[in-house]
Design a binder for this molecule. Structure first.
Ligand code: SF4
Length: 209
């Protein structure tokens, strides 16, 4: 009897680097773990969605890691950090800070999928102002914007929440934002809706206190 095996959807990308790129060996590894007739979805958030057998999940993650592929859960979680291409250089544009931020937040459970974006200078190529949480590096420090929304007739740009933060202050601010959203957000409430209901100023008081 042909028993259909359960599959799990995974989000995959090559982590944070100079642009959203994949190498040939990463593509070959990907192809080894998906069925010939299955589809790969390319999202607007620099991730690929693939379906893998539940029984192979640990092995898949391990093999992907060996070739530099990162895996994230799909659903009501913080997505991996969308970034710009760091065209002016990794150090100048804060790539290590972006990598650390991604490590801290990507995959955290939240009431509704949350899209964070990072950009290495004020040209803002990583589109931080149309995402839920946007970070812009300005000289040696970081500004944080919240509440951007790219889709729908009520699309809007994010509002500056805090500015001139050190890397540690940035990490703490984003961690706290996610904690408050998780604690007070209603199930399936998008982050921009949560900000409207909770109040931008109340959120500032809660985070900065
Ligand atoms: S935001 Fe700045 S550093 Fe990043 S790709 Fe654009 S111009 Fe380059």
């Amino acid at each position: 009897m042909d028993v259909k095996q359960k599959t799990i959807k995974l989000a995959v990308n090559a982590g944070i680097g100079f642009g959203a790129k994949l190498t040939a060996s990463q593509l070959i590894t990907l192809a080894n773990y998906i069925k010939e007739d299955s589809e790969i979805e390319l999202t607007t958030f620099q991730q690929l969605y693939i379906e893998v057998l539940e029984s192979q999940i640990d092995c898949v993650k391990e093999e992907f890691k060996k070739v530099g592929l990162m895996t994230y859960p799909v659903g009501a979680y913080v997505k991996s950090l969308r970034t710009c291409g760091f065209c002016k250089g990794a150090e100048e544009e804060g790539m290590p800070v972006a990598i650390e931020l991604n490590k801290r937040i990507a995959g955290k459970e939240v009431p509704w999928p949350l899209r964070p974006a990072y950009t290495g200078c004020q040209n803002a190529c990583g589109e931080p102002l149309i995402n839920d949480i946007g970070v812009i590096k300005v000289k040696d420090n970081y500004d944080v914007y919240i509440g951007g929304k790219a889709m729908g007739e009520n699309a809007r740009t994010a509002t500056k929440f805090r500015e001139n933060l050190s890397p540690e202050e940035l990490f703490e601010t984003v961690d706290r934002l996610l904690d408050v959203y998780k604690a007070h957000g209603k199930r399936r409430e998008a982050f921009w809706k949560f900000i409207n209901r909770f109040g931008f100023e109340n959120l500032q008081k809660e985070i900065i206190a």
